[in-house]
Design a protein around this ligand. Structure first.
Ligand code: 13P
Ligand code: SF4
Length: 342
């Protein structure tokens, strides 16, 4: 079948199965085209929680489909390829988490949504890149926090909240870890009129937060809530004494980037995250220019979901993701606490 036929068949099967297709912002363009809803981890969980459809075809990675199954135990959640994992989620096992908790018995545990259901079940709160700061701020100041598993997001949250009692698990995503500070500084010199959208999972986050947040690069040193994320106005100086233009560096979830790009007056935006998001950014903002910080920022797991596999998933009702009820009940608490904070 060619692409047009596949898309037609998918639309037909969706109706027949009473299914909804949820797709993450990093999905392939043709997969985004057949989706009923596209978003970041938080928006996708909220959509899963509110849909009336009987079947959810989750075009994303495994932990996202697990989250949907935890939130909607009576729905059938399908993932088109079971191998679509996440390098960040694999950096911590439930055994490692239990051992870490034993070392800090008084701590509150906050897990990023990029974790397995087993790990979520051992945590007090879940969070995503769009609400991690909010979740941490909701926890009493005197309570130590174990934040897992992303060290860059953890360092970002610690800096924005100015909280010093956060212990951070040393995990990272192989795609975002490759986005180093030198890359951002190079682009800052090259594009003086651009705004920078940075995902807090990036390897540059910690340095950039300190660099701009502490008054370097002519940063004002003040982190403030601005639209859908936290930003810091900086002067985009090349550092060689040349004149500089005002520029904004913002740390945003993928959906935060979508929202921000729409309302920004900048004509050119540099995007520091997985390149799949560029399709939607360009489609929804044709008058603006979006430049990926690195063309190598490709998540091979996200790209495992092809149109062919979405079709097969609906046709054969595969592959079901079902979290055992005892694990789901515990994990649901952490997710529901997060959703309540939003
Ligand atoms: P978002 O929730 O910002 O979409 O991030 C999910 C993710 O896996 C980023 O790599
Ligand atoms: Fe996981 Fe990184 Fe892929 Fe996001 S980009 S799904 S964190 S491996």
């Amino acid at each position: 079948m060619d692409e047009a036929d596949l898309k037609q068949e998918i639309t037909r099967l969706k109706r027949e199965r009473d299914a909804i297709i949820l797709a993450h912002n990093y999905q392939l363009p043709e997969v985004q085209d057949v989706a009923d809803f596209i978003g970041d981890s938080l928006a996708l969980s909220q959509k899963a929680a509110s849909t009336d459809a009987k079947v959810i075809v989750f075009c994303g990675v495994h932990f996202m489909a697990e989250t949907a199954s935890i939130i909607c135990p009576d729905k059938r959640v399908l993932i088109p390829d079971l191998e679509a994992g996440c390098s960040l989620a694999s950096t911590i096992t439930v055994e490692q988490l239990r051992a870490w908790k034993r070392e800090h018995p008084d701590a509150v545990t906050v897990c990023y949504i990029n974790t397995s259901a087993d790990v979520k079940a051992e945590c007090d709160y879940c969070c995503t890149s769009s609400n991690a700061v909010k979740v941490v701020k909701s926890i009493p100041d005197d309570k130590p926090i174990l934040f897992l598993p992303d060290m860059f997001l953890g360092a970002y949250v610690a800096e924005v909240t100015k909280r010093r009692n956060i212990y951070i698990w040393p995990g990272e995503c192989h795609v975002h870890a490759g986005i180093r500070p030198s890359l951002v500084l190079e682009m800052l010199k090259m594009y003086k009129d651009a705004e920078f959208l940075i995902h807090p999972e990036c390897g540059c986050t910690t340095s950039m937060v300190y660099y701009f947040g502490n008054g370097n690069g002519n940063g004002n040193g003040n982190w403030s809530r601005n639209g859908s994320g936290y930003g810091c106005v900086v002067s985009n100086s090349s550092g060689n004494g040349s004149s500089s233009n005002a520029s904004l560096v913002k740390f945003l979830s993928t959906e935060g980037m979508m929202r921000y790009a729409k309302q920004s007056s900048a004509k050119r935006l540099i995007v520091a995250t997985e390149i799949g998001i560029l399709y939607r950014l360009k489609k929804e903002n044709p008058e603006k220019e979006f430049i990926p910080i690195s063309n190598d920022a490709v998540c091979k797991y996200m790209k495992m979901i092809t149109l062919d596999k979405v079709y097969r998933s609906l046709r054969d009702m595969v592959y079901e993701v079902k979290v055992p009820e005892d694990v789901a009940t515990k994990a649901r608490r952490a997710i529901e606490r997060m959703l309540a904070i939003n």
